[in-house]
Design a protein around this ligand. Structure first.
Ligand code: ATP
Ligand code: MG
Ligand code: FE
Length: 366
């Protein structure tokens, strides 16, 4: 199966071609991304209207580029079996641009269309590069989400915990903004933190000891803003605060993940199940290394997609569409007539919880 994927839910326009062979091997034939970061940087965050307009301006060229790269590898446009596009959650204007483009492409080529949940893209992104079997434990840490998920199969997600206020990436971004580090804040804060002393400032440890797997980052944000105002006078102070904040964020991710690991082990036992970390914050080296150390301690195998597939991209959307399409086809006992895809009626959805699909499709376990 070969799928064209389209992503436009935030400030990255992306198109990719992904193929899965009969042997299950996944190949990313192309994955092109246009980041709008410079357009939004002056505003200190993503401006939805500017984002939607920029998606409109770039999507045609990106698609051409993605198709040309795939063609260079011997996979022409005729080899594409289906089109997948992010249908939500995200900034609705942007989502509509990518989804409409995908519908037009699908219509003109007579191809099936699959509306993909962006979070499912992040959840399955690891399978672009690693042969991770189901079930696995997933920590999804991105700009808008912070969740622990029990991934039982494609379309079969159980949420073990989520943030009760800000997402981890959002905390990175907002605190960086308070400290004048610009946008996007995560990478900038990480660079500052590398020069600082993480033990310098004491920050609150939210939800510590609570018997669930939820997260909370708004208290940390407030505390950091207060310290910034009262105690940060020199560049070194600022670096120390960055290091302390990064350590606090990592610590909560570790504490909550540890609880989820024990719950997962209690249900499945087994030796070395996979602990997958995905989403933009998984690009953070401190976060990565502390979670990897935790996984080792708890008997899990730590797996994270390469950095390029941690942040938004279309290869993960193509793969999620591909996996779902294959599943729907198998479930419907495909006879070529039955429509086993979302078709042109697929709706753009600003909100779309990942665990909603649970009842919809039979999980595959392989
Ligand atoms: P969502 O997927 O929830 O809709 P999103 O798509 O905007 O949100 P991603 O693209 O997965 O999120 O990730 C972006 C987030 O990751 C931003 O909040 C950014 O600050 C954060 N991030 C990226 N790199 C790093 C880093 N090195 N350290 C910390 N945070 C980072
Ligand atoms: Mg982004
Ligand atoms: Fe994302």
């Amino acid at each position: 199966l070969c799928v064209l994927g389209v992503e436009s839910s935030c400030d990255e326009t992306a198109v990719a071609v992904v193929r899965r062979g009969d042997d299950g091997a996944v190949e990313v034939l192309s994955s092109v991304i246009h980041s709008q970061v410079v357009k939004h940087a002056v505003y200190g965050g993503v401006v939805p209207e500017i984002a939607a307009r920029s998606h409109v301006e770039t999507i045609d060229d990106l698609a051409r580029l993605a198709l040309a790269e795939a063609a260079e590898k011997g996979v022409g446009v005729d080899a594409i079996d289906a089109v997948a596009a992010t249908a939500g959650p995200g900034l609705i204007g942007g989502v509509m641009v990518g989804l409409s483009f995908a519908k037009g492409f699908a219509l003109s080529r007579g191809l099936p269309l699959i509306g993909v949940n962006h979070l499912e893209g992040h959840a399955l992104s690891v399978r672009l590069t690693h042969d991770v079997p189901f079930p696995f434990l997933l920590l999804l840490v991105s700009g808008g989400h912070c969740q622990l998920l029990h991934v039982r199969g494609v379309g079969d997600y159980e949420r073990l915990g989520t943030t009760i206020d800000d997402a981890a990436g959002e905390a990175f971004d907002k605190i960086a903004k308070t400290l004048g580090l610009g946008y996007p804040g995560g990478p900038a804060l990480e660079a500052e933190a590398a020069k600082g002393d993480a033990a310098r400032f004491t920050l609150p440890r939210a939800l510590l000891g609570r018997k669930d797997c939820d997260f909370s980052y708004s208290g940390l944000k407030t505390a950091a803003a207060k310290i910034a105002m009262e105690q940060v006078k020199t560049p070194q102070d600022r670096a120390d605060l960055c290091a302390s904040v990064q350590a606090a964020i990592a610590r909560q991710l570790v504490e909550r993940s540890a609880r989820a690991m024990r719950a997962f082990k209690a249900e499945h036992g087994g030796d070395s199940p996979a602990f997958v970390v995905a989403g933009g914050v998984a690009a953070n080296k401190t976060v990565r290394s502390e979670l990897s150390a935790l996984a080792q301690k708890e008997g899990f195998e730590f797996v994270a997609p390469p950095l390029a597939y941690c942040t938004d991209n279309a290869a993960m959307i193509a793969l999620a569409g591909l996996e779902r399409f294959a599943l729907m086809r198998a479930a419907a006992d495909y006879d070529g007539d039955k429509q086993v895809h979302d078709g042109l009626s697929a709706l753009a959805r600003p909100r779309w919880p990942l665990d909603e699909r649970r009842a919809l499709s039979a999980p595959i376990h392989k």
